[in-house]
Design a protein around this ligand. Structure first.
Ligand SMILES: [Zn+2]
Length: 295
């Protein structure tokens, strides 16, 4: 086991639930090993649908989603959590993309604002390592793509003394990763779904998930992290997001959570990442710790 004490990891995603469904095992592992793990949550997740029974308890969908994030924050031990408060943009090409308060619109029209906010978090929290989505935003969600692009630029700018931001000092994080998903397993699952008559280009509750595109946009994995003993915390964090049905419709974890535990450990006990910086000499798995080589 690596000694991560004193190390800092920043996860930059888009929605209240991305941290748990996608990376709950990774976060649980590093918090357990003594690292400090911070989370940027760019939107309030207010395009998510919630069960009618929850609408009586809360005034808005945002309130529900942020309360669920608070629950997951406590379970996982995230600190700090910084919410930017953008509106959820909905899926690509939906009318909600044009809402001036949504993340996608903000990123298209005022990219400097988003980059500055991320640089601010990086310079304040001083993470050694940053993780965000891959270039396709996992499954093509515009908010995922926006935070991935902005975080990638902020990663470089944070250490640039020419990039001035009041009250901050330049700080260069040492490593940048894009989160991946177990491609081989996903392909097996999709073959099974195809056999059962599903159209894998139109999946999910709203039929707007194209899993063929997810596979076409997978990036090479350079880093494999063993998270197989952290399912219990991972599940408890995912359970916080009651309104999202524990991720049944939400990417990787949806089909993983339904597997029997021994099988699940076998197929999702390893968490894969694409290393963007420093650039790997070749595309193969060459490390098993996100903090490897960190000074
Ligand atoms: Zn998301």
């Amino acid at each position: 086991m690596s000694d991560s004490t004193g190390k800092r990891l920043l996860i930059a995603y888009a929605h209240p639930d991305d941290e748990s469904f996608g990376s709950g095992g990774l976060i649980a592992k590093y918090v357990a090993e003594g690292a400090q793990v911070g989370y940027i949550c760019a939107t309030n997740g207010d395009m998510g649908t919630i069960p009618a029974s929850m609408r009586e308890q809360y005034n808005t969908v945002s309130e529900v989603r942020l309360a669920e994030l608070q629950c997951a924050t406590e379970v996982l031990g995230l600190d700090p959590v910084v919410c930017f408060g953008y509106k959820d943009s909905g899926m690509m090409n939906s009318a909600s993309n044009q809402d001036p308060e949504c993340l996608w619109y903000g990123w298209q029209n005022q990219p400097d604002v988003l980059i500055k906010r991320i640089v601010q978090v990086i310079r304040d929290f001083r993470p050694h390592v940053i993780v965000t989505f891959n270039r396709y935003g996992g499954y093509g969600h515009p908010d995922h793509i926006a935070i991935q692009q902005a975080t990638t630029q902020a990663f470089s700018l944070a250490g640039d003394s020419g990039y001035q931001l009041d009250g901050t000092q330049p700080y260069a994080p040492q490593k940048l990763y894009y989160a991946s998903i177990p491609g081989r397993l996903l392909k097996l699952y999709l073959r099974w779904m195809t056999l059962r008559g599903h159209d894998i280009r139109h999946m999910g509750v709203n039929k707007d998930l194209n899993y063929q595109a997810v596979i076409d946009n997978l990036e090479p994995i350079h880093t494999m992290i063993d998270v197989g003993v952290y399912f219990e915390v991972w599940d408890r964090a995912a359970d916080c997001h009651v309104s999202q049905g524990r991720g049944r419709s939400s990417g990787t974890r949806g089909y993983l959570a339904s597997l029997p535990k021994p099988l699940r450990r076998l197929v999702s006990g390893q968490y894969g990442l694409t290393r963007i910086f420093p650039q790997p000499p070749q595309d193969r798995v060459d490390e098993h710790d996100i903090f490897a080589g960190v000074r």
